[in-house]
Write a new protein. Sequence first.
Length: 287
Amino acid sequence: MTNESNEPTTSTAASTTTSNESAQHTTGYIPTLAQVDELHRKIAQSQAAYDLIHGHCVVVADIARRMARRQNALFTRRCTLPADAPEKTGDFGLELATDDSGSASLGMLHVPAVASTEGLTGGTVPPRLIDEHLVVIGGLLHDIGTYFLLKQDGSDGKPLKFDGPRYVQHGLKGYEYLLEQGVDESIAQFARNHTGVGLTKEAVESQGLPLPPADYVPVNLEQEVVMVADKYNSKSIPPKFLTAEAYTRKAARFGEDNKREWLRLLERYGILDVKPLAEQYRMRVAE
């Protein structure tokens, strides 16, 4: 079995404000669901490649939609929540604890005021409503550049294999492909800005990554939602779900700052119970 390479995740907090890039004039089109599928099939080298990459994007779009709905539900309840509710303060006191068996779990020191919905517990009231449609389309296209980073693409019947050293380029490759196809910048950026928990220019340079020195971080809430949703599902072969605890351990491998940023994102968007989704999509779970 061949797993995708560990994508670099060392970064600082992702921006949720509009940058110069996102302020560019709208010149492209927002794909329909049918057009999204066409964009995938146009470059999928084999059915196996399509099944893996498009399948992952479907899962991430599903998770992102759930996260957006949870956020919007919190936004609509903002006036009725107590002033000290963690959904308002953003302080859930998340801690990763390990028991005697070595099993890790995330604990909340402060109990959420709003019951779990869409499989999500916690989450902070966002500054505005989130566009669920853009989140779904962005999720369905965020990893489309991965087709360009397959060392073995399945066209000869052999197992898929990722080009590990260059895999980090998949976001930029997807961004460039979508722009070439006439897709709007606002959608193409979902591909560019989802790696890890936000890949900064500093991280690109310090790690010597094969990317033009620049920030590859979300520039709005919709992009950040997709970036976080992506962390719960892996294109390993076979694909799998990751619990919030599992990705916390993965984030920690890239430094304490990276781990803290992931915990901050969990406090913002809530913790997802991936087990029902794993059953729905018939995938395993990495605890």
